[in-house]
Design a protein around this ligand. Sequence first.
Ligand code: SF4
Ligand code: SF4
Ligand code: FES
Length: 245
Amino acid sequence: MSKKVKFIVFKYDPLSEEKPHYVSYMQEVDRREMVLDVLERIRKNIDPTLAYRHSCHHGVCGSCVALVNGVEKLLCKTRVFNVIGRSNKVVIEPMRNFKVIRDLVVDLEPFFTKLRIITPALIQSQVSQDRETPQSPQNVEAMKQYEECIECGACYSACPIVASDPLYLGPAALMVAYRTCLDERDEGKMERLRLVDSEEGCWRCHNNMGCTEVCPKNVDPASAISGLRRMILSRRLVLWRGRFG
Ligand code: SF4
Ligand code: SF4
Ligand code: FES
């Protein structure tokens, strides 16, 4: 079974005099095809200048996120028939909260910079590094869903706080901070919690769950941010008891 579907794609080339605009392409689409398959066909047969990122085509590399009818989606895992509704139309635009480099390609550098700021790798003394530190099965289970993150940026694009405050660390970085703080092998928890216990850290989140709703890997960054808040409050309680208890 196939259908004629209208694809309306955002186009912008900063090197051209043309303003950002949309271009429509009518395509006969098979029910099994993903949005990325159709973009590939448009690029091959109609517009070789069309720019978008892709690599694995299997929802693993995280490079192909764009807005599909206004919602962040992995283009390679989004079946066209699942998003056309009655309009038989698909609007494809670049992610929000990122600078557009060209067409659907955005500058991910601020997103990755924030991931680096929260020191995502384990912090361990040389002694700890030299010996085996096993994790309990409970700890592995607690961290499991957060390990699924493919750093695609969809949550960052959906976050209204990132939109209004570019300094906000954002859902992915805060989720990774929480994940690392949960890890029994990590010795940098206090340092990391100090970092996120700030105006631009976990207290800035309004908990509207936008990040969690769009995550293509079913990670829940909003719950991770709540977890960070709980960790910070417990640490304050311990300090308070030490002083006045
Ligand atoms: S938490 Fe989900 S949406 Fe955010 S970067 Fe990771 S995989 Fe993408
Ligand atoms: S829950 Fe927090 S981090 Fe997630 S989208 Fe909402 S404000 Fe942003
Ligand atoms: S191309 Fe790798 S996740 Fe879509």
